[in-house]
Structures are given as structure tokens and as C-alpha cells.
Design a protein around this ligand. Structure first.
Ligand code: MLC
Length: 481
């Protein structure tokens, strides 16, 4: 037993209580001392609401100082944080709540602020073992039924310490933070590395390219998804002068094209450091901080993290494409209350199967080449086609549908739907979107198809399986023209 991940953070905060932590738009800054106090209030408030160690706390909240205080309050109380994308619809949220069975659900910023203001701080930190749960991060799945990826205190501590060293974080760093904090990238990768070093964070509510650019000269590090860097490239001012203090631009959550990587380097003098991870494992590989960063690759297994690529028969291979598998203290214990899904995601000898297809070179450098499932990554957010297909198929005018990801200049991939109308119903409609009315109302908007294409039938193989690869090939230019 020890005091878990929050205890580790608190020891780092202690000598730095006067130092600035989060600086929000408009200039207000809270210090490490302030966040320590605010999170103790959050713990006090949650305890009064009946939350105790091991209980889940669901949060669907805008990005704010108080939502960070809530996260830390949950950790110090030994409870389990369950962040939800603010874009999820009430129906989607109901599903997560039923699955997580939380002791508290927070969806209203005003009552959070009121709760924190009106509560007594509870300064103790509840003891936790490295194997105790700290967070559940929901990911969807190929069956359309989301799964809560469990992360322990040990997972959070080990990955934060590893990244902090690998990326040479120090107290003088200023991180430009424009990511959402309901996913591991913005919440854990970005905030944990900075909190461990008591650095300052320019904490922007959302990604607005102009606002990011105007804050860049004050930053030493930025983390983003490729879409963020693509949008910055569209602004003339994204150049060497804007990046004069920047020592590191990091990209993850979706593949960055080698072309974007090179153009950012040409324009700013900074070679983006691309890394690879997922909710279930936190960060797995990274291009080197010192050493060659190779565009189009995600680098080497982080210290302490083992990565291998296996063929269909499970044999590890070099220089050939296969399944990427990972093992290490970063890998979570499995999916919440889903022993079936947990077992399916592991090999007999205990490696986690990522679902990504990749190739390791002789030096251990990993290049990702695709995915086993037809999951779409749109602007750094994962979209599982089956959720959208099920909603489309429920419409009386739809005989069947197929949803795929197609190359998109801004989002990397964007969601496209191929819809076969029921016979006799408006088959000639060029506007399937309007024909489909409210059928997608319960689906988060970022998952909605950006284009609908009416087709007479879907391409299928002899077994009747829809050939999505054919749709992807035939309509590869849909968003590029
Ligand atoms: C928003 N929209 C999207 C979208 N984001 N559509 C597709 N894909 C996305 N990613 C839609 C909204 O539904 C809305 O549609 C319209 O775009 C405008 O909304 P917005 O909120 O104003 O969008 P914008 O600010 O432009 O957001 C785009 C974005 C943002 C790329 C800046 O999505 C973003 O910051 N993404 C980062 C996601 C992230 O943090 N991923 C980490 C996952 S962790 P409408 O129809 O309502 O107008 C992970 C592990 C790891 O993957 O290794 O990191």
C-alpha cells in the first residue's frame, strides 16, 4: 500500500506550491498550492455525496480548472474517474452510467463549482496499491458495445514517470494545452507529465488554431493530434519565430502523414515527435527525444515497455507486417466487468493485442500500417462504424448501410455512409441526409457521416460480408476533390 498516483503528484507539488499551474484564457492562473486545496475540497464534497474509495465518478464536463480539481479529488479519495466526451448524447451517457454504476455523475459545471466552493477540504490522501483502479476510459468496440478500459494507479505512475524522462520534462517547461481532457491524451499524457514537474500549462478551453498560434511563443512544449498541426500549417504565422521557445512538438492519437511532418519541420524548424498509444495501455512507443525522429514511424518501445509484432500463428517477426502486441507496467488490467473481452485482448502468454497492424525494423523502430478492425480515427477521435450503421439501419427508409473512414484533408479520416434505400422509397434521393431525419439523434455528432452516398447495393464477398475495402478504394477521393 502507498498513497497511489495522487501521492506521487503531491510530493512533486510540495516544493512548488507557489508556482503557476494552469493559466486560462483571460490570464487567470492557479498555482500548485491552489489546485492542491481545490482538489482537497473536491474530495470533501465527493465524500459528503457518499463517494468512497473504489466508487466510480462519472464526469461529462467542459474543460476547466474545476474539472481538473475534480479529477485529482477523485484520485486522492481513492475513487475511480470516468471521463466522458462532452459530445456524447444523453442516450450514450445513460449507457456508460448503467455500465460503470457510479456513486456520482457530474454533468453540470455550475453545481460542480458550487459544490467545491461550499465544501471543507479533506487533505488526507487515501492509501492505494499500484494495482488499484484509478480510471475507466470508455472505448467503443467492433460489436458496438463500449468497453471501459481499466487503468490502475500503477499504470498512471509508471507511464507518467517514463514519459517525463523520455521527453526531458523539467520545471522550466510551459505546455500549450488545447486538447480535450476527457481522453488519455489531454488528461493523462499532457497533464501528468506537466504535474510531475510542476510546470506551467497554458490551458485553452478548446483547439482554436488562431488562439493556439498566439500562445505558442510563450510555450516550450505542445501536444496535439495531426489535425491540430494541419490547421496550424494553414496559418502564415506558424513559423520559426512563433516556435522560438518551443523545444518539442508532440503528435499522437492518429497517424501523422510524412508530408505533414516534413512541412511542419520546414516551416518551424521543429521536427514533430510522433508517439503511439491507446486508452488501454497509455503510451507505448515514442520517437526519440535525442536521436533521429523518422516521419511516418512511431519510434521505439518506451523504457520498460515491450513491443512485438506477430504473425497469424503468433510468432514474433521483424521487417514484416503483423499484429502489434505490448507488455509492460503501462498496460491496464483489462475491460471493466468484461472478462470475455479482456481475455480476447490478450495472448496466452499475457501480451495485450492492440488491434493495430505494424512492422518493426531490426532496430526496434515501429511503423504502423493499418488496423485489424474497420475503426475510423477522425480528428483524433475513434468512431466505430457499427454504432452508426445500427442507427442508420433503424430508419424505415434504409434497407442497409455501410460506414467507412475515407481520407480527409483536415481530419485524417472522415466518416462516410453508403446507404441502400428500401425498395420503392425515395431511392433516387441525392440528399439521403435529409431523408434520414432524426435517426442519428442519439449518436454523438462527431460520429455522424460527413457525407452520405446512396447506392443500389453494397459490395459483398461470397460469404455475404460487406467489402469495405472496395468502398474505401472506389471512394478514396470523396473528401479530397
Ligand atoms: C468535432 N467534430 C468532429 C470532430 N470534432 N467531427 C469529426 N471528427 C472530429 N474529431 C464536429 C462536431 O461534431 C461539429 O459538427 C463540428 O465538427 C464542429 O465542432 P467543434 O467542436 O467546433 O470542432 P473543432 O473544434 O473543429 O474540433 C475538431 C478537433 C477536435 C480536431 C480540434 O476534435 C479535437 O481536438 N480532437 C482531439 C481529440 C483527442 O484528444 N483525441 C485523443 C484520444 S486519446 P456539427 O455537425 O455539429 O457542426 C487516444 C490515445 C492516444 O487516442 O494515443 O492519444
Amino acid at each position: 500500500m502507498d498513497d497511489g498516483f495522487f501521492g506521487l503528484l503531491q510530493r512533486r507539488f510540495e516544493p512548488a506550491l507557489h508556482r503557476p499551474f494552469l493559466r486560462v484564457s483571460g490570464g487567470a492562473t492557479i498555482t500548485y498550492g491552489d489546485i492542491d486545496e481545490r482538489s482537497a475540497r473536491a474530495a470533501g464534497w465527493l465524500r459528503n455525496e457518499g463517494v468512497s474509495a473504489g466508487d466510480r465518478v462519472v464526469a461529462q464536463l467542459p474543460k476547466s480548472i474545476d474539472s481538473v480539481a475534480l479529477y485529482l479529488g477523485v484520485l486522492r479519495l481513492g475513487a475511480v474517474y470516468v471521463p466522458l466526451n462532452t459530445a456524447y448524447t444523453p442516450t450514450e451517457v445513460d449507457w456508460f452510467v448503467a455500465d460503470a454504476e457510479p456513486a456520482a455523475v457530474l454533468r453540470d459545471e455550475a453545481s460542480l463549482a458550487e459544490g467545491l466552493d461550499g465544501s471543507q477540504p479533506v487533505p488526507e490522501v487515501v492509501e492505494r496499491s499500484p494495482g488499484d483502479l484509478a480510471a475507466l476510459v470508455y472505448t467503443s468496440g467492433t460489436t458496438g458495445r463500449p468497453k471501459g478500459a481499466m487503468l490502475t494507479h500503477g499504470n498512471l505512475s509508471s507511464n507518467a514517470l517514463t514519459l517525463s524522462r523520455a521527453w526531458a520534462f523539467g520545471p522550466g517547461d510551459v505546455l500549450l494545452h488545447a486538447l480535450p481532457i476527457f481522453h488519455v491524451h489531454g488528461l493523462m499524457v499532457a497533464l501528468h507529465t506537466t504535474m510531475l514537474n510542476a510546470c506551467e500549462v497554458i490551458f485553452l478551453e478548446r483547439f482554436d488554431a488562431g488562439e493556439v498560434l498566439s500562445n505558442l511563443p510563450g510555450a516550450t512544449v505542445m501536444m496535439g493530434v495531426p489535425t491540430h498541426y494541419g490547421r496550424l500549417m494553414a496559418l502564415d504565422g506558424f513559423d520559426e519565430a512563433a516556435c522560438s521557445r518551443v523545444r518539442l512538438l508532440i503528435s499522437g492519437s492518429a497517424p501523422m502523414t510524412a508530408e505533414l511532418h516534413r512541412s511542419v519541420a520546414r516551416r518551424t524548424g521543429c521536427e514533430v515527435l510522433e508517439r503511439y498509444g491507446m486508452s488501454e495501455t497509455l503510451m507505448i512507443t515514442s520517437n526519440p527525444y535525442d536521436g533521429r525522429r523518422v516521419a511516418g514511424t512511431v519510434g521505439f518501445g518506451l523504457p520498460g515497455v515491450e513491443v512485438r509484432v506477430c504473425g497469424e500463428d503468433g510468432t514474433p517477426m521483424v521487417d514484416r507486417a503483423g499484429m502489434v502486441q505490448v507488455r509492460g507496467p503501462n498496460v491496464g488490467p483489462g475491460y471493466w466487468r468484461r472478462p470475455d473481452a479482456t481475455a480476447e485482448s490478450r495472448t496466452a502468454d499475457g501480451w495485450f493485442v492492440t488491434g493495430d497492424v505494424g512492422r518493426l525494423d531490426g532496430d526496434g523502430r515501429l511503423t504502423l500500417e493499418g488496423r485489424v478492425s474497420d475503426m475510423i480515427i477522425s480528428g483524433g477521435l475513434n468512431v466505430y462504424p457499427i454504432e452508426v450503421e445500427q442507427a442508420l439501419d433503424a430508419h424505415p427508409a434504409v434497407a442497409e448501410s455501410a460506414v467507412v473512414g475515407l481520407p480527409h484533408p483536415d481530419l485524417g479520416e472522415a466518416v462516410a455512409a453508403f446507404v441502400v434505400p428500401e425498395p420503392g422509397l425515395d431511392a433516387a434521393s441525392d440528399e439521403p441526409a435529409s431523408m434520414l431525419g432524426g435517426t442519428l439523434d442519439d449518436v454523438a455528432r462527431f460520429k455522424h457521416p460527413k457525407r452520405f452516398v446512396t447506392v443500389g447495393q453494397l459490395p459483398r464477398n461470397a460469404m455475404g460480408k460487406v467489402l469495405k475495402a472496395e468502398l474505401r478504394a472506389e471512394f478514396a477521393d470523396l473528401f479530397l476533390g
